[in-house]
Unconditional design. Structure first.
Length: 246
């Protein structure tokens, strides 16, 4: 059975029209207002995990990716950020908690810095006080929620991420980020890393704080009493006259 050339050309024209229409629809849909929630649950209950979708929003960045997290050492997200820095020359700015720079995260953060990322933390804030968890893509899309970018297991826990492009929601978070950015300091240029045995992390602490603590310790040592007055009457026991007063 021979097909009519006109039928073939018509079918080809219809197919091309469908492809163009689908591409146009996809383009328009990506430029529409974003307002959705992604739920992360135990992987065994969720075969279609939202992780790839989350990463796709980051990879769609054209200009900037601004992140505020307690810490970043998820290898997949870190690798995508490094790729953005190297291939698309995206500006990446990250604010972390002081405890976020430790033995387990040092390699990830240094690799990001070497690729061109700027990473800061607030020098005089106590550790574990940075609990923001958000990411701004091109200052137009906000991703926020309970999900921590700390490690792979975060994506196997019960979490959610709210993604929106509504400016009335994006703008306050954007202002907060840039305000924190002005207050924060570069992690490598102005901080000493020392081992905090209580927190079992390498905590970043400013040189001013370290000097103040040394002065305080010296002052305490100098004011210690020379004599131990508690031994005057507590033990009234002598070798010559072995007696114990009650």
């Amino acid at each position: 059975m021979k097909l009519n050339p006109r039928v073939l050309s018509s079918a080809a024209a219809i197919a091309i029209t469908c492809v163009v229409s689908a591409a146009a629809f996809y383009y328009k849909s990506r430029n529409k207002e974003v307002n959705e929630v992604m739920v992360f649950c135990k992987l065994q209950f969720n075969a279609y995990n939202s992780f790839d979708k989350l990463v796709s929003f980051i990879e769609d960045a054209k200009y900037t990716v601004n992140v505020c997290m307690p810490g970043i050492n998820n290898p997949v997200i870190q690798a995508r950020l490094v790729s953005l820095l190297k291939t698309k020359k995206i500006k990446v700015q990250i604010i972390i908690d002081r405890s976020g720079y430790n033995e387990s995260t040092e390699f990830f953060l240094k690799e990001l810095i070497e690729a061109g990322a700027e990473i800061k933390c607030k020098p005089k804030e106590p550790v574990f006080t940075m609990q923001h968890k958000f990411c701004l893509v091109d200052d137009k899309i906000l991703m926020t929620g309970t999900l921590n970018w700390g490690n792979d297991r975060s994506f196997d826990h019960w979490n959610y991420v709210y993604i929106t492009s509504k400016q009335q929601l994006v703008d306050p978070v954007k202002r907060e980020f840039y305000q924190l950015w002005e207050q924060a300091r570069d992690v490598q240029s102005v901080f000493d890393i020392y081992c905090d045995s209580d927190a079992e992390t390498f905590e970043i602490r400013s040189s001013e704080e370290s000097e103040t603590e040394v002065q305080d310790v010296s002052k305490d040592v100098n004011t210690l009493p020379i004599e131990n007055k508690t031994s005057e009457k507590c033990n009234n026991f002598t070798i010559d006259n072995p007696s114990l007063e009650v």
